[in-house]
Ligand binder design. Sequence first.
Ligand code: SF4
Ligand code: SF4
Length: 439
Amino acid sequence: MEVKQFVGGIHVPHHKSFSEHKAIKEASVPAEIIIPLVQHTGVPNQPLVNVGDRVKAGQLIGATDKFVSAPVHASLSGTVTAVERRLCFTGEMVQSVVISVDRDQDKLELADVDLDKVTREEAIKAVREAGVVGMGGAAFPTAVKLSPPPDKKIDALLINGCECEPFLTCDHRIMVEQPEKLLRGVRLLMDILGVKHAYVCVEDNKPDAIEALRQKNKDPQIVLVKLPTKYPQGSEKHLVKAVLDREIPSGGLPFDVGTLIQNVGTCVAVYEAVKHRRPLIDRVVTVTGQNVRDPQNLLVKIGTPLSHLIAECGGIMQQPAKVVVGGPMTGKAQQTLEAPVVKGTTGVVVLPPDLALEDMDYRACVSCCRCVEHCPVMIYPNQISIYCEAGLVREAAYWNTMDCIECGICAYVCPSKRPIVQWVQLTKPLIRQLESERK
Ligand code: SF4
Ligand code: SF4
C-alpha cells in the first residue's frame, strides 16, 4: 500500500548489524533480582510481600486498585530480602522488591484457554492481571489503552514494528522468530477493539521480518505495510500520518483520530496473557554497541541487573564506555550498572564515550537552524532550547515545547551539542503545572 513521507527527520547510521542476525537467547538466571513496584506510566503499586517471604515465579507481588496501573510479579522463585528504594534506569530511587533467587526454579504453571470462547471483558481482565504494558519503551498499561473513552471510536489498529532507533533489534527478532504468536496477538487486539483492519508496520531495512510475517499471515484484514527507513518513523504521530494519512492534533492522542498503536512485543505479551494467563515476567532485550564483546538479543527476566546482562555478553571491551538504556537517540545514560531490566527496557547500548549524546560540554546556539530543518514535528528547537535553559516556562510553552516528541534529532544535529531534550524533559512538568494553575 502507498505510504506518506514525512517532513524533517533524519537518516542516522542504523548500527543494527551487531545483533540483527543473532537469534533470541535465554539469559542465565541472576543471583538477585530487583522488581520496581512502578514500571509503568501511572499509579505505583503497593508491595504484597514482606522480607523473608518465599515467592514463586509468576506470583503477584505488587498491585493497586487504581485504574491507570499495571501489577508486577516475581519473575523467578526465591526469598524476599528487602522491600526498599533502589536505583532505576531513569536515575530515580524507586520502591522495589528484592529477591534472592533460588538455584532450582519452579516451572511456571500455564493455562490453555480456548480463544474462541473468551469475551472482550475477559481478555482485557487477563491483560490487566498479567501486568502487560507497552513494550516499546513508553510502558503505558495496555488494559487501559484497550479501554478508550466511549466517544472515541477506533477503526484502525497500527502495530509498530518500525524499531527506528539505531542499534536496537529486539522487535526485529520477535518478528522473525515469533510471527505466528505476534499475528495471533494482533487478531486478539482487533477482536477486543472491534476493528476490521490492522496494519503491521515495518521499516524496509528488515526484509527478513517482512518476509516471515508475509508467509504466516493468512488474515486478509491484517495488512503488512513496508515503510521507508527514516528516524523517527516509529513515533506515533509519524506512523499514523504515513499509514492512514491522519494527523494527531497538538496535545492529542492516536484515539483522537480513531486509531490505536501497539508495539510488536506487546502483541506477543497480550497473546501470552490471554491464551496462557502468563504474567509479563520476561522480555527480549538487545545488548549491543561497539563496546560490548558479544552483542545479543537476550530473553531476560524482569528485575535482572544490567551488570548481569553485560557480563552475559562477554563484558565491556574498553573503558571508558558509555552505557545507555534504550536506544542512543532517546535512551538514558547510566552512571552505574545497578539498575534492573524493567518491562519497558528495549536495549542496553554500550558505546565509546565520543558517540554518546549526553553529558558533553555544550555551547551557545549559533543559529545554524539545523535543528529546525530536521525537527519532525516542525517546532523550533533552537528557541525552545534558549527558553528552557533560562527557565522561562511561559515562553517555552508559547514555542510549543509540549509538542516535542523527545526524538533527540535536534541534539544529534546540533553543532553546539545543546542538550535540548533534557531541557524539554525538565520543562514539560513546569508547563503542565502552569496550565493547571491557570484553570
Ligand atoms: S527532540 Fe523535540 S524539538 Fe528536538 S527534534 Fe525531536 S521533536 Fe523536535
Ligand atoms: S542546531 Fe544547535 S546551534 Fe543550530 S540553531 Fe539549533 S540549537 Fe542553535
